[in-house]
Design a binder for this molecule. Structure first.
Ligand code: SAH
Ligand code: SF4
Ligand code: F3S
Length: 478
């Protein structure tokens, strides 16, 4: 990929000097000690963070580290944090707290913290003051500077802070060490302009900025060539792609091109997360027309079924509009899998508002929902609203929501019984290594009698049971 002169896009060639310097240092260490220095990366949060961690790992490998899954063996630990709910922050803080003991045993261990949590000034200060063994902290806007940050830490000996900065370029050419050889994340846009009143993301990820089409096409093409079968395009509002830049192509155009890159190959493109305000008919039509290469699954966060609450959430759509999108999707893709996000207990949510949400679940019949108890985020408008909902009311509503949805999920999965479903096989399931799991086109979990040759392949599964959370089947004999 050629560097361009456009200054909102940077190509991280200037990091090469630091990468080379670290690699020489790490090679010297390996020659002396008979083993390489090891890097451990711990990730919290959403797929965007997973994708960022694959870049952190890519840079670490280029710097001459080998990756480890065991923090106590590591010479470099990086914690990539999330801030979306209090629980995510507390979890990261507790892991970071544990690493103090590792540092005490191995003083040369380097510990870095990055991601959304430390892109908030108060959290960065907290770590500065309470966790003196953390060597460097960098916000989401400085991810691509990791080699430079590590070199600075080593050469200056001081702790290094790269606070989050709002105005950030799109960094290209960062090396990526992917977790899987057949499923891949491809970030196509970063940041968010929407400022939903409950949400921290716009403050910790900055404004929307999109990669150029040529870069995305090149990345997806090479993934398909390398045998990747399932490619997820990522963005906080993936379907708002290119709007801030004023590109003369939009997300639907991009998707159509990606679906036609290799007609003869079996691969699927997915995308998340979409904002309902940009769920256009054009996009839905592109999905319907390219069902062979675009997964027939739409994740469309609704958040609440009450227009009153949606307005206070600053979501820019009402239920009528949301339903129109859903109805149109189903008119052109009758079998589309629909999933959503719901927040329970937003400030001021009345029993009546909550009933509207339950009513919407019954009306739309999502295949699955991701539900969250509202968590006040510092300095967001909703955190300062009166009428915060007591914890017991929130959890009681949360349980009712799940009960309603579980019955619907079961109702949606039953009709798969005695049908054949094409599945991308992931391998032995977590709880039982004799049972394999995979994902269907609609992203449903499917359990079956696989074997290791199936991993990373599409296979047909005859479903004998459709349950609330998964489908169960056996390999089709044909
Ligand atoms: N950009 C995406 C996803 C953002 S975060 C979108 O617009 O939908 C993923 C989900 O976390 C959100 O959809 C929302 O349901 C939930 N969420 C965000 N902030 C939250 C908060 N303060 N408390 C509880 N859930 C929250
Ligand atoms: Fe958060 Fe709303 Fe942006 Fe999604 S669209 S990241 S919920 S502010
Ligand atoms: Fe969390 Fe940041 Fe993602 S706040 S949900 S890791 S964008």
């Amino acid at each position: 990929m050629k560097p361009t002169n456009d200054n909102s896009y940077i190509y991280i060639t200037e990091q090469k000097e630091y990468i080379d310097r670290m690699r020489a240092d790490n090679e010297g260490y390996a020659a002396e000690n008979g083993q390489r220095r090891r890097a451990y990366v711990l990730t919290f949060g959403c797929q965007q963070n997973e994708a960022d961690s694959e870049k952190i790992k890519g840079m670490a490998c280029d710097m001459g580290y080998v990756l480890t899954d065991t923090p106590k063996d590591a010479d470099l630990i990086i914690v990539n944090t999330c801030a979306v709910r209090e629980h995510a922050e507390q979890k990261a803080l507790s892991f970071i707290g544990e690493y103090k003991h590792l540092k005490a045993k191995k003083p040369e261990l380097l510990i870095g913290v990055c991601g959304c949590m430390v892109s908030q000034a108060h959290r960065q200060n907290e770590l500065k003051n309470s966790n003196p063994y953390v060597d460097f902290i960098f916000g989401t806007s400085s991810l691509h500077l990791l080699p430079q940050i590590i070199c600075e830490k080593i050469s200056k000996g001081k702790r290094i802070y790269y606070p989050f900065s709002e105005n950030t370029e799109v960094a290209e050419c960062i090396p990526i060490k992917r977790e899987s050889t057949y499923r891949a994340w491809v970030s196509i846009m970063y940041g968010c302009n929407n400022f939903c009143s409950y949400c921290i993301v716009p403050y910790v990820r900055g404004r929307e900025r999109s990669r150029k089409k040529e870069e995305i096409i090149a990345e997806v093409s090479s993934l398909i060539n390398d045998g990747y079968k399932d490619i997820t395009l990522l963005g906080q509002n993936v379907n708002s792609y290119g709007k801030s830049e004023g590109f003369d192509y939009d997300f639907a155009d991009l998707l159509a091109e990606l679906a036609n890159l290799a007609p003869e190959r079996e691969y699927k493109i997915r995308f998340m997360t979409s904002h309902p305000k940009d769920a256009t008919h054009k996009l839905i039509d592109v999905m319907a027309e390219n069902s062979e290469h675009i997964a027939q699954h739409f994740h469309l966060p609704m958040q609440s079924g009450s227009d009153r609450i949606l307005k206070i959430m600053n979501r820019h759509y009402d239920i009528e509009r949301y339903l129109k999108s859903v109805d149109y999707m189903r008119s052109v893709m009758p079998d589309i899998a629909l999933t959503t996000d719901i927040i329970v207990g937003f400030p001021g949510e009345t029993e009546e508002d909550f009933e509207c949400t339950l009513e919407m679940l019954r009306r739309v019949k999502f295949d699955m929902i991701f539900s969250f108890i509202y968590s006040p985020r510092k300095d967001t408008p909703a955190a300062a609203m009166e009428d915060q909902i007591p914890a017991n009311v929130k959890s009681e509503r949360f349980n009712r929501l799940l009960a309603v949805q579980n019955a619907i999920s079961l109702e949606k999965n039953k009709p798969f019984e005695n049908k054949t479903v094409r599945v991308l096989c992931d391998g032995p399931s977590k709880n039982n290594e004799n049972v394999f799991s995979g994902r269907s086109d609609g992203n449903k979990i499917v359990f079956f009698d696989g074997d290791s040759d199936d991993i990373g392949r599409f296979i047909d599964i005859d479903i004998y049971r459709g349950d609330t959370f998964a489908l169960y089947g056996t390999k089709a004999t044909k």
